[in-house]
Every structure is written in structure tokens, then in C-alpha cells.
Design a protein. Structure first.
Ligand code: HEC
Length: 190
């Protein structure tokens, strides 16, 4: 009889010990979760840093800063056109408009909206820096004879040099008038 009671008591002790262990484990787990959850949330909620707008290349106007993040019209770099190429080099053309704005149904619409800036960068043949920047800015009333585009071009001869203006407007119209029907801009959205 005595042994049976002892046996029962021992079992009870073991069961209680197991229960205690279970409770401790569970609460520890909950505690861990409690500790972990806010930590994880902090990581997720960490404020996303706004994409930094690169400073304008030296000598260029501030309104073209960060232009390489604009919409690129050409899919592949435009190769040098050889001898008579006025903007000799490997070129990319960007515009400060969204694709949906200038091509609402997937097809490009003309003219470009007022305030548009089209910019062409070129690295000269054999050079690995941008040596030419040509800009077309659409400003209402500035030149109604040329769809209100202001044309201006800058060049530099070294990667650490400042850009300087080389030509504007009249020099540019002759060629660009060839594409008057698509608002004077040769490169179409690809
Ligand atoms: C001899 C012809 C010619 C002259 C002059 C010329 N351009 Fe261009 N321009 C082009 C062609 C062709 C393109 C198309 C891209 C390419 O092949 O370089 C172009 C492209 C551009 C682009 C990119 C948008 C587009 O039309 O594709 C800009 C901006 C530009 N030119 C500005 C100027 C400015 C500013 C001047 C005057 C300082 C000028 N251009 C003079 C022929 C000319």
C-alpha cells in the first residue's frame, strides 16, 4: 500500500514537473516572439531613403540635375553618325516626362507638353566621359516659329572640366526642322 502511494506521488511530481517545464517553455517562446516582433517591424518600417538626385554636372543648369533618372527615349545607345554628325559620339536621349504622359496608349503623341526638357548626352568617340550635352526646352511663347523649343548645347573636353555653352537656337533649327512633324525631336520613344 505504502509503495503504491509513493509510486503515485512520484508520478504526480513528475507530471507537475513536466507541466511546469511546458509552461516555462511556452511562455519563454511567447516572450521571444514578443521581443522579436517589434524588432522585425522596426526593420520593415525603416524609412525608405528618397532616391538622391545627383548634382548637375559642372557648368550645367540646375533643371537638368539627375537627368539620367528620367525616361530614356532610345532603347540602345545611339552610335556616332560619322563625319557630319553635329553631336558626334555615343548618345542617349532623356525626357523629363513619364511614358504614360507622352505615349498614353503605348504610342507616342506629339507635340511634347509645355515644360518638357529633352536632353542628349554624348561621350565622344574614344572617350569615357560625357563631353556633350544638348538640351531642348519647351517654354510656352519662347519661339512660336519652332514649336516653342529653346535649343542649347554645351561641351567640355575633360571629365573634370566645366561644361560651357557652344551654340544655341539658329544653328540648330536647320537640321531639327527636318523632323518638324514629330515636334523637332529626332529620337522617338522606343
Ligand atoms: C547637322 C544636323 C543637326 C544640327 C545642326 C543640330 N542637330 Fe541636334 N540632332 C540631330 C540629329 C540627327 C539628332 C538625332 C540623334 C543623333 O543621331 O544624334 C539630334 C538630336 C538632338 C537632341 C536629342 C533629341 C532629338 O532630337 O533626338 C537634342 C536635344 C539636340 N539634338 C539638340 C541640338 C541643339 C541644341 C543644336 C544646336 C546647338 C542641335 N541639336 C543642332 C541633328 C542636328
Amino acid at each position: 500500500m505504502k509503495t503504491q502511494t509513493q509510486y503515485l506521488l512520484r508520478n504526480l511530481v513528475i507530471i507537475m514537473a513536466l507541466c511546469l517545464l511546458f509552461i516555462t517553455c511556452t511562455s519563454e517562446k511567447q516572450l521571444e516572439e514578443l521581443v522579436q516582433t517589434p524588432g522585425e517591424e522596426t526593420i520593415v518600417e525603416e524609412p525608405v531613403q528618397p532616391e538622391e538626385v545627383a548634382a548637375p554636372l559642372p557648368g550645367l543648369p540646375a533643371d537638368v540635375a539627375g537627368y539620367t533618372q528620367w525616361l530614356k527615349l532610345n532603347a540602345e545607345p545611339i552610335p556616332p553618325a560619322g563625319g557630319g554628325d553635329p553631336h558626334n559620339g555615343t548618345k542617349n536621349v532623356y525626357v523629363n516626362q513619364a511614358r504614360e504622359t507622352i505615349a498614353p496608349d503605348g504610342e507616342q503623341q506629339f507635340p511634347y507638353p509645355n515644360g518638357s526638357i529633352v536632353i542628349k548626352e554624348a561621350s565622344r568617340p574614344g572617350k569615357d566621359f560625357i563631353g556633350l550635352i544638348a538640351i531642348m526646352r519647351k517654354k510656352e511663347g519662347v519661339d512660336p516659329d519652332h514649336n516653342d523649343w529653346e535649343f542649347i548645347e554645351y561641351v567640355r573636353s575633360a571629365s573634370d572640366a566645366e561644361f560651357r555653352e557652344i551654340a544655341r537656337d539658329g544653328v540648330c533649327w536647320g537640321c531639327h526642322a527636318r523632323v518638324e512633324d514629330i515636334d523637332y525631336v529626332f529620337t522617338e520613344l522606343e
